[in-house]
Write a new protein. Sequence first.
Length: 168
Amino acid sequence: MKSRYLSAISKPQIGKMTSGLQWEESDVGAPPPENPLRIVYMLVVHGRAVRQLKRLIKAIYHKDHFYYIHVDQRSNYLHNEAVQLAQHYTNIRVTPWRMITIWGGASLLTMYLRSMQDLLEMSDWPWDFFINLSATDYPTRTNEELVLFLSKYRDKNFLKSHGRDNAR
């Protein structure tokens, strides 16, 4: 994933702010951690880009992770396709509710907060990190590389705001 767009929130939220963490290329090919963490990917999609959604899921899919999909209320075709896709996997779910969201608007934040509430109430999904993606995102790292990196920093939160640099 592009690290500047990676937004991972650990659960529970007791992390410490750390700047300057970098991917360590020497870790590539390292054995998986003894206690691998589990990621919940929040996929926020709209329009009719079914192939794009399937391509993203194929790129990030792992049986040990979870995938929660919100389809914009104006995208009925995509919603029907996402529901059909989710029926084939126990670790993929589509939100039972839908909202009209506007990128960068308060509706998007409301949708994320409601989704987070859903995810926190899903006792059958024991996740460690939350990563939000849209259908236009695409990973630059493998799941194994991401798990290895996040496993080393289980007590951290990774947040990046858009706009001016406020890391003063």
